[in-house]
Design a protein around this ligand. Sequence first.
Ligand code: GLU
Length: 477
Amino acid sequence: MTEVRTRFAPSPTGFMHIGNLRTALYCYLYARHNNGKFILRIEDTDQQRQVENAVEVIYSTLKLAGLNHDEGPDVGGNCGPYIQSERREIYKKYAQELVDKGAAYYCFCGKERLESLTDDSGTRKYDKHCLHLSASEIKEKLSSGIPYVIRQNVPSGGTTTFKDHVYGEITVENKELHDNVLIKSDGLPTYNFANVVDDHLMQISHVFRGMEYLSSTPNYNLLYNAFGWEIPQYVHLPHIMKDKSRKLSKRHGDANFEDFYNKGYLPEAILNYVALLGWNPKTEQEKFSLKELVELFAIEGISKSSAIFDPVKLHWLNGLYIKEIPAQEFHKQALPYYENIKTQVDKTLLSSLLQSRIGAFSDIPEKIAFIDNFDNFDLSYFENKDAKTTLEMARQVLPAVLKALKEQQEWTNEAIFATYNAMTETLELKKKQLLWIIRIALTGALSTPCGASEMCVLIGRELTLQRLQKVLENLQN
Ligand code: GLU
C-alpha cells in the first residue's frame, strides 16, 4: 500500500471555523492512525480575501489543538512551497500542458459577454465560445495584451463516475459540468485547478474535505485523467449544521475555535467534541483523548448525514475536562475572572468550589456575581417550597445562628458545619431547612456554588457576622 498522506488546506480567513478544524482533525487522525504524513498547505490564491495575520492563526490553532503537521510552510518538506501563492509558476506550466493537450483553452470573453450567458434561473454556463478560436487569433489576442483566463475543456458527452468513501459511487453527465476557470486573469489558479495540481505533486493519498466540493469532484477527475495522474481517495465530510435547516456559516462569529478558546474552553475538549461531529466511534464512550481518537479513527464511522453543532453538549464535555485539571492549574486559569470581585473572599476556596460546577471558564462571572450582589436581596427567597422554609422561620432562627457563629471558635468548613448540625437538634428544624435559611442569609442568592458553611469560610468571620446582622435588621422591618 502506498504511504498515507493527508493534507489540511485552509484558506487564510483569519479564524478557524469549526468545520475546518474538523477537516484538520480527521486528516491528522487518519494520517497518524496509518503511520502516514499530515501536510499543511495554505490556499491563498484568492487575493481579494487576504487577511493580515491569518496564516499565524492557522499555525497557532493547530499548535494549541496539538495537531502537529509533518510538512508545511513553517516546517518544510520535500513537496514545497506549501503556500499556493508561491507556486504560481507551477500552475502556469501545468495549465499550459492542458492547453497543449486540448483539455483547457484560453478564454478572452469580457464581463459583459459572460453576464449575457446567465439564464433565467441565474445560472451561468460558459458556452465554449473561445474554444473555437484559431491559433493565430489566440496569438494575436495574447500579444495585444487582452486579459484572459484559462478554462477547463469539459467533454460535452459521456459521464464521469467516481467513488467517495462516505457518499459511495457517484455518476454525473458531463454535459452538466461547467468549463471552470483554472487560471484567473491575475495569473493565479482557482481552487478548482490548484487542488488537483497540488494534491498530485504533494502525493496526497486521501483527500478529506467538506461535501460542498463533491459536485465539482468530477471536474477534478477529468483533470487528473487529462494529465494521466492517479486520482486520490476521496473522503467528503457531511455539513455541520446550526440546527435542522441552517448550516453553521463560515463567517466569523458563528462557531470558531478562537471564540471557544477565548471563552475558556479547553482545546482537548473542543477537539473531542469536533471529532464526534459526523463520526461515530461505535462505542458508548464520549470522552476521548487525542491519542484514543488516533487509535479508533476509521473512515467507515463517518456519517453521510449532517451533524448538528450542539453548544450545550460541548459545554458539558468541556466541564468534564475542567474537572480533571490539577487544582492549582485551575486556580491559575480562573484568577483573571476574579479581578472585579469587590468583596474580600478566599480565592483558593472559590476555585475549589467552582471547578466542578462550571462548563467553561467564561461561566465564572455569572456564578460569582452573587458575592457582590448581596445588598437588598429579595427576602422572599427565604420562603422555599422545596426546602419547606418560611420567612417567619428565618426570623426565628437567624438570631440563634448569629449567636452561635459569634461564639464559633474554629472557622473551618467542617467545624461550622458541625455547629449547624448541633443547632438542628436544639432548634427542631430539618437540616435542609436550616441550611437553606443560612445560605440565603449569607449569599442573598437562590443558587450559589457554595453551601451555608462554605460561604462562611469564603467571606471570612467578620463579613459573615456583618451580613447576618444586616439580614436580621431587614427582617425586623
Ligand atoms: N481551501 C479550501 C477551504 O478552505 C480547502 C478545501 C480542501 O480541503 O480541499 O475551504
